[in-house]
Write a protein that binds this ligand. Sequence first.
Ligand code: PGA
Length: 248
Amino acid sequence: MRKKVIAGNWKMNKNPEEAKKYLEEFIPLVKDTSAEVILCAPYLDLKCMVKHTNGSNVKIGAQNMHWEETGAYTGEISGSMLKSIGVEYVIIGHSERRGYFAETDETVNKKIKAAFANELKPIVCVGETLEEREQGKTKEVITAQTRLALEGLTNEQVENTIIAYEPIWAIGTGKTATSEDANNSIKEIRDEICKIYGQMTSERVIIQYGGSVKPTNAKELFNTSDIDGALVGGASLKPEDFAGIVNY
Ligand code: PGA
């Protein structure tokens, strides 16, 4: 059986002081969970969060990284920099990065490879727009994004990739995909991985759902055959809400 992996994505919220306060409240609330718990925070918070989660079951992730190690890339952060301060995970290809910062399937693929080169675990986001959904293109879009993101990875790397299926129309809108819909899309992603990497790998890969996950809908989403946890935005900003999801 696959483990549930529940990751918070703070986006551009909380400074180091606020992050520390959050962790003081949050860590005791989730200490008994069997799920893997991850918080993905702004770069500036990461070092202090790694320090304050030491000895707890809460892991720390970044929300983006560059694919090069060093160089003239003003404003960017590399995988080796994240690794050097003890970060373990990194979100790659979030729809906000694809939409507002022109990330493509190609840069997503490069970043995933760079993450593995630095022993970081990527959380890779895929998902369709409302328009694509209404045109009946959901399966085509999410399987293509998955295929291109994973291109050139070994089976072992694919098994260590976390995929987050996040329908764009459900992010931050309060609209959640029904658990049946989300589960179906996730199955389509798993089938695509099965076609390329075989059944064993497809059964091992963790595929989360993301998009307006809350304490009130987490249980229904998680009690499905293929949803292995969640990537949570808004509801991860308050310790008691996020803990409510983790302890579904
Ligand atoms: P949301 O965001 O939970 O606020 O919808 C999810 C995400 O963008 O990862």
